[in-house]
Every structure is written in C-alpha cells, then in structure tokens.
Design a protein around this ligand. Structure first.
Ligand code: ZN
Ligand code: ZN
Length: 258
C-alpha cells in the first residue's frame, strides 16, 4: 500500500479521464491520495472530489505563485480547515525561482497559513524553491510562536535545508525529481533523511519520474518513485511503502483509513 501525499487531481489535464486515472492508481497499489489546493477558486472542485471518494483527501491553501493576487485571511483558512476531508493546510511557502508573486506577499501568506494551521492543529504543506534562507527564518519564527507540524513537499532544495528539517522533525516528501539524472545533490540530501520523516508523492500532473519523464504524471507513478527511493535508502519496497504510509497517517492525523 502506498499514499500519493501530493497531487493535483483538479488539473485540466485530468478532466477527460479522471476515473481511469483513479483506477490505474488503485491497480498500482496507491490506496490513498491527497489532492492539493493552490487557489481559492479551485477549492470547491477539490473538496467535492474528496467528499465523493473515500480514498481521496484534500488540503486548503494558496500557492506562493498566487499569494499577491489571491491573498487569504487566517479566518478563511481556519473556516476551510475545519471542513470534512480537509486534512492539511497548503500548499504555501516561498518560490523565488519563478517569482510569480511579490516576495513580501508570499512571506505574509506563508505566515498566515502557519498561524491558522496552528490554531487548527493541522500540518502545513510547504512549497519552497530557491528560498532556503527565508524559509528557515519564517519557520524559526513559527517555532518561537509555538510551532507547527510541517512537511516540505516535493523536496528539491539543498542539503542544508534537509539537515534543518531533520533536526526539527519536519517531514520531507520525495517526488519524481529524485529520479532525474541531474539530481545527484538531491539524492545525497535524501540519504540523510530518516525513514520516519519520509513521504512520497507525484505532484501530478507534473514531474513524472524516470523512465516515465515527459509523460503526464498521475498518482499511479508514485510506485515508480517509491521503488527508486527504497533503492536509494537500501530498503525493500514493502518496508518503504509501510513506513511512508504510516508517516502519512501520523502527520495528517485527521485522515482516517477506510
Ligand atoms: Zn509545490
Ligand atoms: Zn503541488
């Protein structure tokens, strides 16, 4: 059994064949998925999907790309976080690689998600790219305010940020990026992550793992990434699947297995 901890099932690339996508996920042993919210307007569709499928959970949050045009209040996050099947807050964070959104707005939005998640006692799904120093500064600040349960999704940052995460009990999720030929540094980073802090995901429809790279990614591909990570960690696929599934339900403790 595996969990795709992070995918975007509302993406228009799934609109014609979602039932087939879900069927293939089941056949590949992906028993649960979390579909992630990135902007306010998308939430109703995401939430409906989660309510209609017992094995799909969802999150509520605004992606850093949309932080300045889609600023969310703590109250809005709290109200949505209380809904059935909403198990995590995000994805939020900082993306200075694309810089699609004003950096000050990204930081403010990130802080609001952290505070609201603390009130809700839900974990925060963090997207961070080329923004290690500011990510660490904001997380240190959150720690001083009382702390959060945290996940660095689609982890693709430096060894330094991986070390910070491990030292602070922050979960790290591996996506297809870890299989890319050029990702040697990232593979080194994942080697220091204890199995107890490890999750797997697709970030579908993006980032299909090798040898499927270039295709539309879908939750079934979690199995390919999981097999790769098991190999990297010197574990059997069975053990990797068991520990990452246990970690998922421990971190996202509002999610109930059916
Ligand atoms: Zn992301
Ligand atoms: Zn995402």
């Amino acid at each position: 059994m595996l969990v795709d901890s992070h995918c975007h099932l509302d993406d228009e690339r799934f609109k014609d064949d979602l039932p087939d996508v879900l069927k293939r996920a089941g056949e590949a042993g992906i028993d649960y998925m979390q579909t992630i919210c990135t902007q306010k307007a998308d939430f109703p569709v995401i939430h409906k999907m989660a309510l209609e499928h017992s094995n799909i959970f969802c999150s509520y949050g605004i992606h850093p790309h949309h932080a300045d045009t889609d600023m969310v209040s703590e109250e809005e996050i709290i109200a949505h976080g209380k809904l059935d099947k909403v198990i995590g807050i995000g994805e939020t964070g900082l993306d200075y690689y694309y810089d699609n959104s004003d950096r000050k707005a990204q930081q403010e939005s990130f802080r609001r998600h952290l505070r609201a998640a603390r009130t809700l006692d839900l974990p925060v799904i963090i997207h961070t790219r080329d923004a290690d120093a500011d990510t660490i500064a904001i997380l240190d600040e959150a720690k001083r305010e009382g702390g959060n349960r945290l996940l660095l999704h689609c982890f693709s940052s430096t060894l330094e940020l991986a070390e910070y995460a491990v030292a602070n009990g922050i979960y790290l999720s591996a996506s297809g990026i870890v299989t890319f030929k050029t990702a040697d540094v990232l593979r080194e980073a994942f080697k220091i992550v204890p199995p107890e802090l490890l999750l797997v995901e697709t970030d579908a429809p993006y980032l299909a793992p090798v040898p499927l790279r270039g295709k539309r990614c879908e939750p079934a591909f979690t199995a390919t990434t999981a097999a790769f990570v098991a190999d990297l960690k010197g574990m059997s696929l069975e053990d990797l699947a068991a520990v990452t599934t246990r970690n998922f339900f421990h971190l996202f403790s509002k999610a109930k297995q059916v």
